[in-house]
Design a protein around this ligand. Structure first.
Ligand SMILES: [Zn+2]
Length: 570
């Protein structure tokens, strides 16, 4: 690959010198850059020539200006700023992110009272019966404990008092629990008689009445009631909401230098909507298909994947196998240190997971399984090992474990030997830091929690994401978390021996993520022939001071040779 690239450049330059054929001119020349190409064949480069959305050539500013400048070539002199391939978000939720930009954002709330107050403000301007939807709260991140306290959670009474007529659904930051007020519970048909579903828990007062918190599969009736409300909107209203979310999400990506996005869970219906409105999707979106095996089989048999474009493509199936650590949903081999005899939740039965994996194998799709707890991780590794042994999977399957957060040390080398990609979100580590040792105990946390260094040293391939909107999409905070494992607010550090290097995290955000979605031939490095997806940053992320990483600024985001974002003031 790298040899081919050098040959391509050499050939282009030679042909410019030796023949009389007109040299194709660049539409844009980026010059005077501090360029990190992520392609070892191009180390000393300070300029990029772009044509027809692709990278035409790399070289020195002087040489490229000489060979590729035409009458209408746009010259972008970046004056020594840091230039690298457009960032790829390796695991996020595109539509939810778009919607979250208008919904109640509770990511930074510090107490239950603050949440209740923000709901009260929304209720004041809501229409009768309108649902109030928010997400991002996390009881472990509050400055003080709620007055009435059930496993750290408050109960619904304050929330129901400020919103007696409007149903309220507040999704946990992890997405694996939710809070509902009385009205929402009524509409969902939940009362003290409602049983706990398989793979879920309704938290209750001592008399059996729900306190308002629903974990894992117990969230379903409330979500269904909310979905029913959304479905009652006209198709035109729904389509408008979809398009608004897509436009907002796209712009949000550009502001942060993200030019490609891997969506960790798109239904077949959403995929079709994306295809219909692909002209409005402002990043290269690669989705993982989400649904019941029967529904996915139907969609795949009907040829849903025949519609692939540069804007929207799909080559993976997604499944959720367990929950999250914060909400005690991660499925563990040993019980939680702060919840004895409790092992978490297996949210999808193993036979359903097997059916989905069969479907992925038959259609030569990647299979991306959400697994956070060590028990869940082991079960997925076992499943992949069985498939490899049976010869159902090729060696280059690139199946992924999404999060791969808590891994038994004996399973760490298996990621490399089985060719499983560990899809990690560095910012989860610093975000969860306050409760990781509490949940797991010191030894399990030290040897198996977010074990990036151990995985990389054992030869595992990795993908890098933020899980936006569970976390902010901000790549600089994520990069800082990867190279320090230190919280920005109070300096708390979680087992720094598991840090990544700068080079690793920058490769993670580019070429590793491209590989993790089978797209390394089109993107992930600045190489002639690949998409001209490029970002220009104010700081050199490869060597700026560690404390400067979170304060980096995006100066330009370039997608397919077009400037889609330009910072007005640096
Ligand atoms: Zn996710």
């Amino acid at each position: 690959m790298t040899r081919l690239s050098s040959f391509f450049l050499l050939f282009t330059l030679l042909s410019a010198c030796q023949t009389t054929a007109p040299q194709p001119k660049a539409e844009m020349l980026i010059i005077n850059g501090n360029v990190m190409t992520m392609d070892t064949a191009y180390r000393s480069v300070d300029a990029i020539a772009i044509r027809a959305g692709k990278i035409l050539a790399l070289g020195t500013s002087k040489a490229l200006m000489e060979y590729y400048r035409g009458d209408s070539t746009q010259i972008l002199d970046v004056k020594g700023a840091f230039v690298m391939p457009g960032l790829i978000e390796g695991h996020g939720h595109f539509l939810s992110m778009g919607k979250s930009l208008t919904n109640l954002n509770l990511l930074h709330t510090r107490s239950w009272e603050e949440i209740v107050d923000s709901v009260k403000v929304r209720v004041a301007r809501a229409k009768p019966g309108e649902w109030i939807y928010g997400r991002g709260w996390h009881q472990e991140k509050w400055d003080k404990r709620p007055i009435r306290n059930y496993f750290g959670y408050p109960d619904h009474r304050d929330l129901s008092a400020v919103s007696p007529d409007n149903p309220v659904l507040l999704s946990h930051a992890s997405g694996h629990a939710l809070f509902a007020n009385k009205k929402a519970m009524e509409l969902a048909g939940i009362n003290s008689e409602s049983p706990d579903p398989v793979g879920g828990a309704i938290l209750r007062f001592s008399d059996g009445a729900p306190i308002g918190v629903f974990e894992e599969n117990a969230m379903y009736p409330v979500q269904k009631a909310y979905q029913k409300y959304l479905n009652n909107k006209t198709p035109a209203e729904r389509e408008q909401t979809f398009r608004d979310a897509v436009l907002r999400a796209s712009k949000h990506c550009w502001q942060w230098g993200i030019t490609s996005f891997q969506d960790a869970g798109t239904t077949p219906e959403e995929y079709q909507m994306y295809q219909k409105w692909k002209g409005e999707v402002g990043v290269r979106l690669n989705v993982m298909l989400l649904g019941e095996p029967k529904r996915l089989k139907q969609a795949l048999d009907a040829g849903i994947l025949n519609a692939q474009s540069n804007a929207v493509s799909c080559n993976a199936i997604k499944a959720y196998f367990d929950g999250a650590l914060g909400s005690y949903g991660a499925w563990m081999l040993e019980s939680y240190a702060d919840k004895p005899h409790y092992f978490g939740q297996n949210t999808t039965p193993l036979d359903t997971l097997e059916a989905l994996s069969d479907l992925a194998a038959q259609h030569r799709l990647q299979f991306c399984v959400h697994a956070i707890g060590d028990r869940a991780n082991r079960a997925v590794l076992d499943l992949i090992e069985e498939k490899l042994t049976a010869g159902v999977l090729t060696k280059d399957h690139r199946w992924r474990i999404e999060h791969a957060q808590h891994i038994d040390p004996s399973d760490i080398p298996r990621f490399h030997t089985l060719g499983v990609i560990a899809s990690m979100q560095p910012v989860h580590c610093t975000s969860d830091a306050p409760f990781v040792v509490k949940r797991l105990g010191h030894s399990r946390a030290k040897h198996g929690a977010y074990p990036w260094r151990s995985l990389l040293d054992a030869g595992a391939k990795m993908a890098i994401g933020t899980d936006v909107p569970v976390e902010e999409i901000n790549p600089f905070v994520n990069i800082y978390a990867a190279v320090t494992r230190r919280r920005l607010d109070n300096g708390m550090t979680l087992f720094p021996e598991q840090r990544m290097t700068r080079e690793e995290i920058l490769q993670g955000y580019t070429i590793w993520n491209a590989y993790a979605a089978r797209e390394e031939k089109e993107k992930g490095s600045l190489t002639p022939g690949k998409w001209a997806d490029i970002v220009v940053f104010s700081k050199d992320l490869s060597k700026c001071k560690e404390n400067d990483i979170p304060h980096n600024k995006v100066i330009y985001t370039i997608l397919g040779g077009n400037i889609v974002y330009e910072r007005k003031k640096i």
